[in-house]
Design a protein around this ligand. Structure first.
Ligand SMILES: Cc1ncc(C[n+]2csc(CCOP(=O)(O)OP(=O)(O)O)c2C)c(N)n1
Ligand SMILES: [Mg+2]
Length: 1005
């Protein structure tokens, strides 16, 4: 039976144009296959068929205007009632996506952690201590008889009743200042503690020796001992027991190492035989081969480091989005779920960075139980205590618990266990709670007697508690982060936990073991030189088997290959699948799509006007039809899809939502309805450029972290790009990200009404600073198409470690046909767009980019027709690429003074052409000025230096003096200055176009 396909509800639009027909008569089509593409003045969207069958008639053609209900095609064999079918499909989709709310899986460990209950000391606030005792005993009885779950249930009920009655309840964000896991519930490490202790000692020694040696060569080299000294146990337990390497059977856990602990990773790799002594000796000396980078830098050590972390705050947020992206790949069916984990090491001082904690609620919302943070709370940052007057561990616990994380505090080492057990009244715990970090730090700097006096001495009962202990015993009361048993138990619990991310908050001592040279001292962070006495102390402290002479020589210590330590260390790593960190890629390249996918963009759009943003979105829509590219595209949008006309993607490929869609969207009847799905492809990030950028980096490095080449396209307001998240972009370059950054609504005068904080006139300058970022400012859709396709080819087929920054504009205009043979120039950065040869007397080389090229084109016509000045009009797709080429060629020529000079591409283009250069862009002048040194011609640049402001495009271009009138006047004036014409024409033009000579320079306005 014949059935019709008609246009569904398309939102606000009365009638929109059909720009593509995607089926033909005779085709057999399935439900959801696209039938036509519609385009409004802002966006394009495909209309899917709601029925299946054979196309027997097409009722529309390209160029037709349609509205809701317009008949598109007739199928043979469709089901009888289209409307009914439409409804059914929608219902079905909703049903499929509705995820039954699952009961939160409780953390087995934490459920058990409610064993130790004591009756607190009676205080003067306690009106009835006997009653208090009874309550506590009742709770004890419930725990014992009915178990912790029942006890929790009852407490929650009582709390609910208390809230209902309006009682003010105590703040419950934090728990007491003790370990989360009580000793009786600690899972014991299966490792050989004796050997592990030795290995750790050698690693500690070698890490410190490496820094001290480097600074013997030159104190310029720097380095840190104190950070790793505090974190050695935290890393060692992971390396020996938890972190699984990537190999052919397993994708590998991903570890974000704290930047300043890099020497420790090198020291371990040395024992593992992965780095040589010669390499250790080249710590921080990278200019010649075989150096070791100061911090984790994949660019400098591409087979070793995976994640650039040293710019504080970037590691934590990048890791959160990495964990999210791993789930995305699994939920989209692109990766197997192998239970891989992301481990993130972060300093307590580093948590001050807004980026560090800024996305922790996302991690909980997304239920990222593949994510484990380890915050190394050595209580110090660079200058002094992190929270001298407070307690960083408690503060972090509150933040993470509040955000919904599983928090595991590892505060006290095992030596404290008997004391805490003996603390029947809770007084020791009270003392632990009341001491602030500034005091805790001082105690570790000042020795056992000081701790006895200042910590235990406050209460006679506590003084008594430690009366049988020597000062040395007290000094040995260790912090949790230095106790491998405690750390093991916490990591084990973190691995088991389901349903939310885990943070292990570990208390350590900065510069642990450094003694007088820098243990727990405010200057510890900067300590990089140890004298002989310090070194001997350090050796003795950890029993490193080196003679005094060897210590004085600062020799490394490496036991023989067949020693039990080396055998043990290697065996542990073998059991865990290989070495960490190690960077590799087995990703298969993605074949660039055939040219015909882009063919329609090479033709003139005729009268039809569109923006380059629309052209790009259309290109992406076309790419979603390419079987190689489509599944790998990751569109990333920070809540601006409608701004960029991308809302069509919602329905077409879905928005990623790990819980699917639990509601019927308000616009469910519409073609571009808000569709969230577990297998969704779009990452709709909400308003977080830092988060979106982190997602982009995760996708752009999936080729190494997941052996899967992905094509992320992150589209954002260009002003909120490099300027806002420039440090991420820098880290992306280091990480060798491959993907597209699209700076939309670009140009100081092109985004008219939005004003000063929105109008971008410099993002290209910022982009140009990143060595492996390739950037373009195209004007026409064919330029965009040529650039985009080449980006796909270079990055994803040829696997060049570069990323693309392309600006896209929101100004609608018609696009000409691609000039023959322009491709090469488009990619190199400039090509001859048009040549005026009318009168032929005076010539200029007129250059422009982005939307302002069109002002130049308009000016050229008037200059030719009215003033007899002919132009060669150059479309400069990339001043940045031209400069790179210019610099390189110039350098080569200078280094080879005896040889024939090579020509830069700019010179090749301009060599045989006459007249001064007039360059004009929607960017600050320094953008086009970049190429000034590479041409011997007089060079004049016009640009948009100064703060933006809201007005119409026309007024803005006049204000910044980049409209066609100013181009004409300035060109004539420049020609006069070059004595190619008299000054009369310029004067006339200035008058004619009402150009105010007395107006201040725009940077001053
Ligand atoms: C964005 C950024 N700002 C500043 C620094 C300089 N810096 C290096 S380490 C450090 C202190 C780090 O303290 P913490 O995070 O507690 O690490 P720790 O060494 O104590 O483990 C600072 C400020 C940096 N690396 N990155
Ligand atoms: Mg610290």
């Amino acid at each position: 039976m014949a059935q019709n396909i008609s246009v569904p509800d398309i939102g606000d639009f009365e009638s929109v144009e059909i720009i593509e027909i995607l089926v033909k008569v005779g085709d057999q089509i399935n439900t959801n296959d696209p039938v036509v593409t519609l385009e409004s003045d802002k966006s394009s969207v495909e209309v899917p068929s709601l029925i299946s069958g054979k196309v027997i008639k097409l009722n529309v053609k390209v160029g037709d205007k349609v509205a809701k209900g317009s008949l598109l095609a007739t199928l043979d064999g469709g089901l009888s009632d289209v409307d009914k079918k439409e409804k059914n499909i929608k219902k079905q989709i909703l049903k499929e996506e509705k995820i039954v709310e699952k009961k939160e899986i409780e953390n087995i460990n934490l459920d058990k952690v409610v064993k130790k209950v004591f009756v607190p000391l009676s205080s003067k606030d306690d009106l009835d201590p006997i009653e208090t005792k009874e309550w506590v005993e009742s709770l004890n009885a419930i725990i014992e008889n009915d178990g912790p779950s029942r006890a929790s249930y009852l407490l929650n009920k009582v709390i609910d009743v208390a809230y209902t009655a309006g009682l003010v309840l105590p703040d419950t964000r934090t728990t007491p200042y003790i370990n989360t896991i009580p000793p009786e519930l600690e899972v014991k490490s299966p490792g050989n503690q004796n050997i592990e202790k030795k290995i750790r000692a050698y690693i500690r020694w070698n890490a410190a020796a490496m820094v001290v040696r480097a600074n013997k060569i030159s104190s310029e080299l720097g380095g840190h001992i104190g950070t790793f000294a505090s974190a050695a146990t935290l890393y060692d337990v992971g390396m020996n027991h938890f972190w699984r390497a990537k190999n052919k059977n397993f994708g590998g856990d991903l570890i974000y190492f704290q930047g300043h602990s890099a020497p420790g990773m090198y020291a371990r790799a040395f024992l593992e035989g992965r780095l040589t002594e010669k390499q250790l000796n080249r710590f921080r000396q990278e200019v010649d081969a075989d150096g070791l980078s100061s911090y984790p830098h994949p660019w400098l050590m591409p087979k070793f480091w995976q994640f650039p972390t040293v710019s504080m705050g970037l590691g934590p947020i990048m890791a959160i989005y990495q964990a999210r992206f791993l789930k995305y790949l699994i939920n989209r069916g692109l990766l197997k779920d192998e239970g891989r984990k992301i481990w993130v090491f972060i300093g307590d001082g580093e948590t001050d960075e807004p980026e560090s904690l800024g996305a922790i609620s996302l991690a909980a919302r997304e239920k990222l139980d593949n994510l484990i943070f380890v915050v190394n709370c050595n209580l110090q940052r660079l200058d002094g205590p992190v929270r001298g007057n407070g307690k960083i561990i408690q503060e972090l616990e509150g933040s993470f618990r509040g955000a919904g994380w599983n928090v595991l505090k590892v505060i006290w080492g095992s030596y404290w266990d008997p004391l805490l057990k003996a603390d029947k009244t809770g007084l020791l715990m009270k003392r632990m709670n009341e001491v602030v970090d500034g005091e805790y730090q001082a105690m570790k700097a000042k020795g056992g007697a000081y701790v006895r006096d200042k910590f235990f001495g406050k209460y006679p009962e506590l003084t008594e508690l430690v009366s049988s202990m020597t000062d040395n015993d007290i000094w040995k009361l260790n912090r949790g982060g230095h106790d491998p048993h405690k750390v093991y138990a916490a990591y084990h619990a973190a691995m088991q936990h389901k349903g939310s991310p885990t943070v292990v908050i570990a208390k350590t001592v900065k510069g642990y073991g450094m003694g007088k040279s820098g243990e727990s001292m405010n200057t510890t962070h900067q300590q990089k030189k140890l004298d002989e006495k310090d070194l001997l102390y350090y050796r003795d402290r950890f029993n490193v088997p080196l003679t005094d002479a060897q210590v004085k020589n600062i020799e490394y210590y490496k036991p023989a290959e067949n020693s039990e330590e080396i055998k043990y260390l290697k065996e542990r790593r073998k059991q865990l699948g290989g070495f960490i960190p190690e960077r590799s890629s087995l990703a298969k390249p993605i074949k660039a799509p055939p040219r015909d996918i882009f063919e329609s963009f090479m033709k003139s759009t005729g009268e039809k006007e569109m923006s380059t943003t629309m052209a790009l979105v259309r290109m992406l829509t076309n790419l979603l039809r390419d079987k190689n590219v489509a599944p790998r595209l990751v569109p990333i949008i920070p809540d601006e899809a409608r701004t960029f006309g991308m809302e069509g993607f919602f329905r077409k490929i879905g928005i990623y939502a790990h819980e699917g869609q639990k509601y019927e969207p308000e616009d469910s009847e519409q073609l571009s309805s808000y569709k969230e799905t577990k297998s969704g492809q779009v990452l709709e990030e909400g308003i977080t450029e830092a988060g979106a950028m982190s997602s982009w980096i995760a996708a752009a490095t999936a080729y190494t972290n997941h052996d899967l080449e992905m094509i992320p396209v992150y589209i954002f307001y260009s002003m909120f790009g490099f300027q806002r998240v420039g440090d991420f972009a820098w880290a992306a370059g280091d990480a060798q990200a491959r993907g597209f950054l699209i700076g939309a609504t670009a140009g100081r005068t092109t985004l008219a009404g939005e004003g000063l904080q929105h109008q971008d006139g410099h993002s290209h300058i910022l982009a140009s600073m990143i060595p492996n970022c390739v950037s373009y400012d195209p004007t026409f859709s064919y330029e965009m198409a040529v650039i985009f396709r080449e980006g796909l080819r270079r990055m994803h087929e040829k696997n060049e470690n570069i990323f693309y920054y392309i600006t896209a504009m929101n100004e609608n205009y018609s696009h000409p046909e691609k000039p023959k043979g322009a491709d090469e120039g488009i990619l190199k950065g400039m090509y001859l767009f048009r040549e005026y040869k009318n009168k032929g007397k005076i010539k200029i080389q007129l250059m422009g980019s982005g939307t302002i090229l069109r002002e130049a084109i308009a000016a050229a016509k008037i200059l030719s027709e009215e003033y007899g000045v002919d132009s060669d009009i150059w479309s400069i797709t990339s001043f940045n690429e031209l400069r790179k080429d210019g610099m390189e060629v110039e350098r080569k020529n200078l280094l080879n003074p005896d040889r024939k000079k090579e020509k830069s591409y700019i010179e090749e283009c301009l060599d045989k052409r006459d007249g001064p250069v007039i360059a004009v862009t929607d960017y600050v002048r320094s953008f086009s000025d970049q190429i000034r040194p590479y041409t011997s011609k007089p060079f004049y640049s016009l640009g948009t230096d100064g703060f933006g402001r809201s007005d119409t495009r026309k007024n803005l271009r006049k204000f910044f003096e980049v409209d066609k009138e100013h181009i004409i006047a300035y060109t004539l004036s420049a020609l006069a200055q070059e004595q190619l014409i008299g000054s009369g024409d310029a004067e006339k033009a200035i008058k004619k176009y009402n150009i105010d000579k007395n107006k201040a320079f725009p940077t001053k306005l």
